[in-house]
Design a protein around this ligand. Structure first.
Ligand SMILES: [Zn+2]
Length: 226
């Protein structure tokens, strides 16, 4: 896995493997070298993620950073983002185990949906006219609205049985399995898929090695009582 240090100075790519924005948001926490890592260390990281998730365009991301980066409002939005992410992770975990999303999670999604601010404009297109809706955050908390919209879309229109946790027990990434035969098992074939295959291979070899002495007819010593 490409190493991604969790500091703002070394910003890199976020894993965008979730197939739903809200799952990609959950996946901003991951396990790296056995350690749980939070990729959202500061407000700048949150803005970076929003840009990579195509919530903000590059110019809008810069504007948002200029406005709220290094401010208490920005810091507040970051802690709200982390709290919301925790709710979404619990929701995904619960769904995987057949549980319904909690009222707390639904309330938070609804609160964000209610705070939605958009700009609607009539624009000329090559074929005629179009009504264009653009996302206009007037408070930094509004940056989370598109994530809440994604969660609401997933709950309303998604097949919840297709929300899956990566099968690597040491991985905490979630995704929506959009493959044709619904057989996706890994967050990434090149990361967890290969890792698990290699682990299974060594396990098979070790078991084969352990079986060898027994197959040579070595008699087990009987354990004495006491
Ligand atoms: Zn994984």
């Amino acid at each position: 896995m490409r190493s991604r240090l969790p500091s703002g100075a070394s910003r890199g790519q976020f894993p965008m493997i979730g197939n739903h924005r809200c799952l990609d948001f959950v996946n901003t926490e991951l396990i790296e070298q056995g350690r749980r890592v939070d990729l959202l260390q500061d407000f700048g990281d949150l803005v970076d993620w929003l840009e990579q998730a195509h919530v903000l365009g590059p110019a809008q991301a810069k504007q948002v950073l200029r406005r709220w980066g290094r401010t208490s409002k920005g810091a507040g939005a970051l802690s709200e983002a982390r709290a919301f992410r925790r709710l979404l992770r619990e929701m995904a975990e619960g769904i995987v185990h057949g549980k319904r999303p909690s009222t707390v999670a639904l309330d938070k999604i609804n609160a964000l949906l209610r705070s939605r601010t958009v700009d609607v404009a009539l624009v000329r297109t090559r074929r005629g006219f179009e009504r264009q809706v653009s996302f206009q955050p007037s408070e930094p908390q509004h940056l989370l609205v598109p994530v809440a919209e994604s969660a609401s879309d997933l709950l309303c229109h998604g097949d919840l049985a297709l929300i899956v946790k990566c099968q690597n027990p040491r991985c905490i990434l979630y995704f929506y399995d959009a493959t044709k035969n619904h057989a996706r098992r890994w967050c990434s074939m090149t990361v967890c898929g290969n890792r698990m295959k290699v682990a299974a291979h060594y396990q098979r070899r070790r078991r084969a090695r352990e079986r060898k002495p027994a197959s040579r007819g070595v008699r087990r010593t009987s354990r004495g009582a006491g």
